[in-house]
Design a protein around this ligand. Structure first.
Ligand code: GLC
Length: 545
């Protein structure tokens, strides 16, 4: 029998994750309780009632572990402790206890592909020198060229530049991300044992699941073969193959052994402990290999995130994702935004058009079978902040590639007239990235109780999603309806009712009839004859009993 410090919520439904709505908390930008300008665990704890009222089932917390913060915490120096920037383990325990009492589950981020260069293992490896057992825990190699002055192969960092850094002693080490994020050697049994221990550490503290960072990356092809091209040789970045092609450092078959070893650990705890993969694979079929009864529970559908604003594009990715999930018996995992990608308001055209489309996309995503992830601030309709001054940008990729993910990481506006809009305690003016003046009107307080606000749209949609029998089913597909060119329409049935979701991407207002009474709409519906006029770039849910 396993001892749990913070037991899972009572009456736990082991299959909760199949249809859950998970809210991604980007910890440093959610709520700042201590007033240092950076969000923290106490801030999350104070805002739990907001999340319960929003109607989500679980939170995914981005890394809050001890870290030099070179890559915003995805560079972990101690996997079993909280960074003082974010609080303490006691704060974590208090937060998860309160969350469970409110019926909210907690998913934490696990970063197994690499550690921080400040991790004691890497420090020991540096000190011990070439050929030492300490170096076997990472991927150290001798260079090519007469004096080993060339990197061991042509691999590129996802953050730009070579994936190898040379040490004063002449050896090179691999880092698929920043040089401060050395890749671990997952062929070493000690690495495997360590992470199984880390899983148990957080499971014992009561976490309901893990988001697995770079889940496709841990095993590298034997012999570390060249890719064959790079930005240096052909001008094409290797990372352009992500999700489209094969790379010798990603999606190797043996990575699945790791998950087959993890699954029994998760299953040995009560209450339905789960794991979701951040994985990139060449095809939806290869992505589906990460999920199923003996591996992980979910893998984000980044094809859905990448779908362009067209009915054909959405329909294609939805059909493919649903087909794959049916084959492996796992739910599809929908996502529109996260902390690595430009916010979808901006991707869909920014400004008023982008917001309309984002609101419609929310109704689309929340009507689909499976699990949905909501990135903090999308329920407020936040756009990407495009004009952050360069000197404030902190993404390590910015210096190497000129691309930065900071614009989707700006702290959430909660209330008030002045930036950072209630992010910190009363009167605090600090926030690690500045919120634009336009966000005053987008704050939680400014939208609460306002009919037609994006926040109230999310609240209504989440409530209906929970209560409506037609949306309760977690398996099976959707029935597509012929709504005409540019119209995306599908229905789901359950409990003697049918719910139809219609999205108008046709470029002109469209008459929608025959689907019953409206339950929710992203823009006002106008009655017309026996039907309703659905505006351009709007979505609505209808119900027929
Ligand atoms: C994942 C994270 C990203 C991070 C990277 C390296 O892609 O989502 O934020 O920079 O892994 O850990």
């Amino acid at each position: 029998m396993t001892e749990t410090t913070n037991p899972a919520p009572p009456a736990a439904d082991a299959d909760w994750w199949r249809s859950a709505v998970v809210y991604q908390v980007y910890v440093r930008s959610f709520a700042d309780a201590d007033g240092d300008g950076v969000g923290d665990l106490r801030g999350i704890r104070e805002r739990l009632p907001y999340l319960r009222d929003l109607g989500v089932d679980a939170l995914w917390l981005t890394p809050f572990y001890t870290s030099p913060q070179v890559d915003a915490g995805y560079d972990v120096a101690d996997y079993r402790d909280v960074d003082p920037l974010f609080g303490t383990l006691t704060d974590f325990d208090a937060m998860i206890t309160d969350a469970h009492a409110l019926g909210l589950r907690i998913i934490v981020d696990l970063v197994p592909n690499h550690t921080s260069s400040a991790h004691p293992w890497f420090q020991a490896a540096l000190a011990a020198g070439p050929g030492s057992p300490e170096r076997e825990l990472y991927l150290f190699a001798d260079g090519k060229g007469e004096h080993g002055e060339l990197p061991p192969n042509d691999w590129e960092s996802i953050f730009g530049g070579p994936a190898w850094t040379r040490l004063p002693d002449g050896q090179w080490y691999l880092h698929l991300f920043d040089p401060a994020q050395p890749d671990l050697n997952w062929r070493h049994p000690r690495v495997r044992a360590e992470f199984e221990g880390v899983l148990r550490f957080w499971l014992d503290r009561g976490v309901d699941g893990f988001r697995i960072d770079v889940a496709h990356g841990m095993i590298k092809a034997e012999g570390l073969p060249d890719v064959g091209f790079s930005s240096m040789t052909t001008g094409q970045r290797q990372s352009e193959l992500l999700g489209k092609g094969r790379l010798p450092y990603f999606d190797q078959d043996e990575v699945h052994e790791i998950y087959r070893a993890w699954r029994p650990i998760l299953d040995s705890y009560p209450g339905g402990r789960m794991a979701v993969a951040e994985a990139w694979a060449e095809t939806p079929q290869r992505l589906a290999r990460y999920i199923g009864p003996d591996e992980l529970h979910q893998a984000f559908s980044f094809d859905f995130l990448d779908a362009t604003w067209s009915a054909d594009s959405f329909r294609k990715v939805i059909d493919t994702a649903l087909a794959e999930s049916t084959i492996v018996g796992a739910p599809t995992t929908w996502v529109l935004s996260n902390h690595d990608r430009q916010r979808h308001v901006t991707r869909y055209g920014d400004g008023e058009i982008g917001l309309r489309r984002a609101r419609a996309a929310a109704l689309l995503m929340l009507a689909l079978p499976g699990c949905a992830y909501v990135y903090q601030g999308e329920e407020l309709g936040l756009p990407e902040v495009l004009d952050l001054p360069d000197e404030l940008r902190q993404d390590p990729a910015f210096l190497r590639t000129g691309e930065s993910r900071d614009g989707c990481r700006v702290p959430i506006p909660w209330s008030g007239e002045l930036a950072p809009y209630g992010f910190g305690p009363e009167g605090s003016e600090l926030s690690w990235l500045p919120a634009p003046a336009t966000w005053r009107a987008l704050s939680v307080a400014a939208q609460t109780g306002v009919a037609g606000s994006t926040l109230e749209l999310y609240r209504a949609a989440l409530r209906i999603r929970h209560e409506h029998p037609a949306l309760a089913g977690t398996t099976g597909g959707v029935t597509w309806l012929e709504g005409g060119p540019g119209m995306l329409a599908f229905s789901r049935t359950g409990g003697g009712t049918t719910l139809t979701c219609v999205v108008n991407i046709s470029g002109a207002p469209a008459l929608v009839e025959g689907y019953g009474r409206p339950l929710a709409a992203s823009e006002d519906l106008t009655e017309q004859g026996s039907g309703h006029l659905l505006a351009v770039d709007a979505a609505a849910w209808f119900e027929r009993r």
